[in-house]
Design a protein around this ligand. Structure first.
Ligand SMILES: [Zn+2]
Ligand SMILES: [Zn+2]
Length: 152
């Protein structure tokens, strides 16, 4: 995985595998994902924070962290990208890291973001194929306890 993609996945904590059935989650936009098989919904850090702020306008970073599990560092990073507005006033201009187009918020323009998610989904499909046995079967377990079965 290249560093840009890795950083994106890290900040947004992009969910790639369905918690319910272990299939690939497909990006739907605005931080929302849906399982291509069972239609289970999931959210990345942006989606979680966005949902929370919608219900609790004016929430502080501490509130958000406590109630969504999104780290303050991730929230800070999203604020830096103008993902959320904290002050009214002059908007800074941002440029897409992928193609350089002017954007109002975030890190990438819509097209580049779509492209990134296609790559993440593609990588996840390959990973699932490689670890078909070990990976998919242990989906229900805790992250740290996930066991991988090596093919003989
Ligand atoms: Zn599913
Ligand atoms: Zn772009």
């Amino acid at each position: 995985m290249d560093t840009k993609l890795f950083r994106y996945v890290q900040i947004y904590d992009v969910p790639t595998v369905c918690k319910n059935c272990g299939s690939v989650l497909v990006y739907r936009g605005l931080g929302e994902y849906r399982c291509e098989k069972c239609k289970e919904q999931d959210f990345d850090n942006y989606g979680k924070t966005r949902n929370y702020i919608e219900k609790h306008p004016g929430a502080s970073a501490v509130d958000i962290e406590k109630n969504t599990g999104v780290s303050k560092a991730a929230i800070r990073e999203m604020l830096k990208e103008s993902r959320f507005e904290i002050v009214e006033g002059a908007k800074s201009f941002l440029r897409c890291e992928g193609c350089g187009k002017e954007i109002r918020s975030g890190r990438y323009c819509q097209e580049c973001e779509k492209d990134i998610h296609l790559r993440i989904e593609q990588q996840q499909r390959e990973k699932l194929r490689e670890n078909l046995h070990g990976y998919a079967l242990n989906q229900g377990g805790q992250e740290g306890q996930r066991r991988f079965v090596r093919k003989k």
